[in-house]
Ligand binder design. Structure first.
Ligand SMILES: Nc1nc2c(c(=O)[nH]1)N[C@H]1C(S)=C(S)[C@@H](COP(=O)(O)OP(=O)(O)OC[C@H]3O[C@@H](n4cnc5c(=O)[nH]c(N)nc54)[C@H](O)[C@@H]3O)O[C@H]1N2
Ligand SMILES: Nc1nc2c(c(=O)[nH]1)N[C@H]1C(S)=C(S)[C@@H](COP(=O)(O)OP(=O)(O)OC[C@H]3O[C@@H](n4cnc5c(=O)[nH]c(N)nc54)[C@H](O)[C@@H]3O)O[C@H]1N2
Ligand SMILES: [Mo]
Length: 756
């Protein structure tokens, strides 16, 4: 009799059973719309791409730590766990003694797996804190620009995680204006886990009630076809100009809400002077915007008028701000919402990230979920997360961040667990140069990813299927007892066990483990969480019962919420956390920083683009989460001749003699990659779309920097601006051609540690 056990992933709760050589996966029956990404999961425990024993890079083993250009091209040799842990502990100790703990970079960005105890970020940070701390990172690749700029404009970033709920929008919104869409491909996923996929159902409910949808973006399928959206396709990266023109129409035609601006905002006059051209002589009118965005002026004017007479929701995707000057479309979007005067009303105002994750807007728990305490980091040094290559390449140099002048620490040891920088970072050729500067790179991962291939010490981690855990997220109403489904693959170990082994060697085991094994930790996290809850919300089930039941439905999720309703009702009693207590359409603080790339109010700053004719949209993939399980069935079936599909408009394809199914090469000054052509009129002319996440494959450099289709060989490694220094990976300029000549094999998934 096969036993299906409860499990969880970032893309859904499921049940899994061991069967010979793998696992069977069934979606959770409570989930109204389970994700097809579940079909990737069996690949997690297939041995092919797994690291099965600890490995050390040959030259590092022979010569000892030091900068080395061979990192990523060198071979790895298997070693015992004892040896591997001795080497890592010794190296951590050497670096902290010789250079101080700030020389250890433990930012270790990445999503890893669902499960709160084995959460790789929590584990690595807790461990590094026990050994004296590390240089950390702030913000995320998801959200780099917006949390920083929103703190200045609205006082905090609550608009992101506690937006007006989709249930309220479904009832009240007449017009959804979706900059960057509300892509359901992304709503499959939610950080920490998602037990019910509700976004699609709620949007369809709005549509059946009569709501209208406008999609502003380069891809027609960023809004589900059923919602019947009108499609405006500006040139990528020009949304700010479009928003300013919408604002111009409202101001020029007196359609704006003067009273809202007076009562709830500061700096509206400065913003209006700029939009109308009083301060710089350039009216940001629809004709001006048409020249930049290639959207007809009449359509812009029509949309502005329609917004003014409707209960209108301005939806701003996260992708908008993952681009050069990414602060601007977010600030301009908020300013536009202020002109409409509907912030704080049900169904009006703005949202940031509907659909970006399945949990955004579906509801939020009014209390925390269990998490592993990370301790305190005594090292003050940090970087904005996407400045990692800069940090490694420019130790001791100064950089700007949010009004501060900071210095890059001189990092010697890079420690990564639960992330894949050779997936997530921009300009991978530059990242390789940056990794070559480190003295030691330690990586924990279940798979031979491009990052493990660049490591000096590779420690094989288990996947969630190989351990017990608790699945939970603030945006989800279920606590999941994640039961181990299979034994660890090869000699893989849990991150916790690896860090315990290191902590023992460094004399901090008592502090790190607090004397608990895995099971004792799970019980401890559950019971301390339960005890600390307000009795109103406290579940009855003790740990044993929760574990037996496999799941706990959490009460009191807030599904009816209107963000800024209190502020709207009484701005004096509920001021915002800004210096003025109001929405800052002009921020004296930001202006005082004197950044030309992020002045004191929303502005249009023309991009400093490359000369290549096409706009690459390097968005998040529909067929997997980032790079995870790229070799799984759902991801594999989308590939074209083994390469990641690149979508091309028929006009651009014809101009280059490209047919559906061809292998093509994308290239620019930074690099090149092969991909498989998919011709589609869902892509705006002049745009090509290649999702992130194909495992970086540099095995045939004479053909392309990556032969598999990782767009990050093409993207630029620069910050959004001196204000936030966020990731700008969403957009790049490229040329495209049909690949002629032999097509090299893709070797990224073959588990062979040496790729070249
Ligand atoms: N060009 C471009 N680049 C982008 C983006 C973009 O839009 N365009 N998007 C960016 C965004 S929003 C993000 S969030 C990042 C995502 O970047 P990442 O979060 O780094 O990507 P993942 O593929 O999720 O990497 C997670 C890694 O953790 C490993 N892992 C899983 N479970 C465990 C575990 O239990 N222990 C350990 N030790 N390892 C584990 C997986 O095998 C995988 O290698 O990418 C960014 N990069
Ligand atoms: N299936 C799946 N879901 C995911 C993820 C995943 O890897 N796979 N990753 C998760 C993570 S970590 C995050 S942060 C979120 C990401 O959420 P987002 O950042 O919003 O997602 P993206 O898919 O990168 O971009 C959304 C859409 O924005 C559009 N776009 C790009 N540039 C522009 C522009 O200049 N203007 C306009 N108007 N539109 C533009 C693109 O057409 C793209 O499809 O998704 C999450 N959900
Ligand atoms: Mo993200």
């Amino acid at each position: 009799m096969v036993e299906y056990r409860p499990q969880s992933s970032h893309w859904g709760v499921f049940r899994a059973a061991a069967r010979s050589g793998g696992v069977d996966v069934l979606p959770d029956p409570h989930d109204p719309e389970p994700s097809a990404l579940l079909r990737n999961i069996p690949a997690a425990v297939r041995p092919d791409a797994r690291v099965t024993v600890p490995h050390v890079r040959r030259r590092w083993l022979e010569r000892g730590p030091g900068a080395d250009d061979a990192r990523g091209a060198d071979e790895h040799v298997p070693v015992s766990w004892e040896r591997a842990l001795d080497l890592v502990a010794g190296e951590l100790d050497r670096v902290r003694r010789e250079h101080g703990n700030r020389a250890i970079y433990g930012g270790s960005y990445g999503w890893a797996s669902a499960g709160r105890f084995h959460h790789a970020q929590s584990q690595v940070h807790r461990f590094l804190n026990c050994v004296g701390g590390y240089t950390r990172s702030v913000n995320t690749y998801s959200l780099g620009a917006s949390p920083v700029v929103l703190r200045h404009v609205l006082g905090d970033d609550s608009a992101i995680y506690s937006p007006t709920t989709l249930g309220v929008l479904a009832e009240h919104t007449e017009l959804f204006v979706c900059f960057g869409g509300i892509p359901l491909k992304n709503a499959q996923v939610s950080s920490g886990g998602i037990s019910r996929h509700e976004t699609g159902g709620l949007l369809r409910a709005a549509r059946s009630r009569g709501a209208r949808f406008v999609l502003v973006g380069p891809l027609r399928d960023d809004v589900e076809a059923e919602l019947g959206a009108r499609w405006l396709a500006p040139v990528p990266g020009t949304d700010t100009a479009l928003m300013l023109a919408l604002a111009h129409v409202l101001l020029d035609e007196g359609l704006h809400d003067e009273e809202f601006l007076r009562r709830y905002c500061v700096g509206a006059d400065v913003f209006a002077d700029y939009v109308l051209g009083r301060s710089d002589g350039v009216a940001k009118d629809p004709a001006w915007a048409e020249r930049i965005c290639q959207v007809p002026a009449a359509e812009i004017a029509g949309l502005a008028r329609e917004m003014a007479r409707s209960r209108a929701l301005i939806s701003l995707s996260w992708s908008l701000q993952r681009a050069p000057r990414g602060e601007q479309p977010i600030w301009a979007g908020v300013a536009l919402a202020c002109l409409l005067g509907q912030i704080g009303l049900p169904g009006g105002g703005f949202g940031h990230g509907y659909g970006a994750m399945g949990g955004i807007g579906t509801g939020v728990l009014p209390y925390p979920v269990p998490t592993l305490p990370q301790g305190a980091n005594p090292v003050p040094d940090f970087i904005p997360v996407a400045r990692v290559a800069d940090m490694l390449l420019h130790p001791g140099e100064e950089f700007d961040y949010d009004g501060q002048r900071l210095t890059y620490p001189d990092v010697r040891l890079v420690y990564w667990s639960g992330g894949n920088p050779f997936h997530h970072h921009q300009d991978l050729t530059r990242l390789r140069r940056a990794f070559a500067r480190a003295e030691t790179v330690v990586v924990h991962d279940p798979f031979w990813t491009a990052t493990t291939r660049h490591a000096d010490v590779v420690l094989p981690a288990t996947t969630a299927l190989e351990r017990d855990d608790i699945g939970a997220a603030r945006l989800d109403p279920a606590l999941v007892a994640m039961h181990r489904v299979v034994e660890p693959v090869g000699q893989a170990r849990d991150d916790y066990r690896m860090f315990t082994g290191l902590a023992e060697r460094l004399g901090v085991a008592a502090e790190f483990t607090e004397g608990r094994d895995e099971r004792a930790w799970l019980e401890h996290l559950y019971e301390t969480w339960r005890a600390a809850l307000d009795p109103r919300h406290r579940p009855e089930a003790d740990f044993a019962r929760f574990w037996r039941d496999g799941r706990l439905d959490l009460p009191d999720r807030v599904t009816e919420h209107v963000v800024y309703a209190d502020f709207r009702a009484d701005p004096d009693a509920h001021p915002l956390g800004t210096p003025s207590g109001r929405i800052e359409l002009h921020s004296g603080t930001v202006a005082s920083f004197g950044y030309p790339d992020c002045p004191g109010h929303p502005v249009w700053l023309p991009p400093e683009d490359g000369p290549e004719p096409l706009h690459l949209v390097a968005n998040n993939p529909a067929t997997r989460l980032h790079s995870q399980l790229d070799h799984g069935d759902r991801s594999a079936e989308s590939k074209v001749r083994g390469r990641e599909p690149v979508r091309i408009n028929p006009v651009d394809a014809a101009a280059r003699g490209i047919r559906d199914g061809d292998v093509v090469r994308l290239r620019n000054a930074r690099g090149s990659c092969l991909a498989g052509a998919r011709i589609s009129d869902a892509v705006r002319p002049g745009v090509v779309q290649l999702a992130t996440g194909a495992w970086f494959d540099p095995s045939a450099p004479d053909v392309a920097t990556c032969v598999h289709g990782n767009p990050n060989v093409l993207t630029t490694d620069t910050g959004t601006s001196r204000l936030a220094q966020g990731c700008t990976g969403q957009l790049a300029r490229v040329e495209l051609e049909r690949h002629t000549g032999p097509v090299p094999p893709v070797r990224a998934h073959d588990g062979d540690p040496a790729l070249g």
